[in-house]
Design a protein around this ligand. Sequence first.
Ligand SMILES: C[S@@+](CC[C@H](N)C(=O)[O-])C[C@H]1O[C@@H](n2cnc3c(N)ncnc32)[C@H](O)[C@@H]1O
Length: 250
Amino acid sequence: METSPRHQDLIKTQFTQAAEAFAERSSGRFDVLNVVDFSRVESGQTVIEVGAGTANFISLFSEVAGLTAAFDLTPAMLLVAREKHPGVELVAADGMHLPVRSGSVDLGTTAQALHHIFQPVEVLKELRRVVRPGGRVLVVDSVTTESIEEALAMNELDLLRDPSHAAFRSPSTMRVLVQAAGLSIVDEHLSVEQQRLSEWMWPGEFAEGTIEKVRRFIEERGQETGMKFVKDGEDWVFERRRLMLLAERS
Ligand SMILES: C[S@@+](CC[C@H](N)C(=O)[O-])C[C@H]1O[C@@H](n2cnc3c(N)ncnc32)[C@H](O)[C@@H]1O
């Protein structure tokens, strides 16, 4: 199975335009998550990431892993990754169809990418295929609350912000997706951080008209999203909920 050509185009258009600013804007966003310890990765192991973008996440494993490889649909993101993180191997590929031998990876990861994917179980199954028996899969993504109404509103907002958005899911849905791919969850952590609209949407990365539409939505319906928007002068502060799931291939 592969990502539909239409959705691939949306992803590539969005992230080609975003690439340079994205690397700066999102650097450091995983600092509080302590992902290397959480994933129990051991010295010299092979770690890969699907939807690695500019390699901000996978490069966190560079000091401990023997090999780190970044897989992404958007070549422009990988070009930025090459400048910023030269030690990471880069491969342009669809996460549903990885050019990787079965059972050859110790830790397969995906961070902040599943919400751009309409068939996340296919990607998770592919990660399961490439990790060795006893190997692990680490999933990190923004999540909604458990309220279906809040989830719908949060997704409506993100689709305004980014047309390549597929769906944010709730923690309970994320668990079901991981299990549906044949993986057993061994640990999880939900972090709730404060974020600002001005940090979430940089003018260089997003068109002025798009930022304006998002502002209007927040003013009119922000409270429906469960993101707890609070006005701060011209800016908005809100809660970003990020879930980490560590699962094992049994
Ligand atoms: C929000 S960025 C996350 C980048 C990086 N993981 C990070 O957190 O900094 C999402 C990335 O997923 C990639 N992507 C989306 N769908 C993909 C797919 N089916 N296969 C591979 N990459 C995909 C996009 O090209 C984009 O670079």
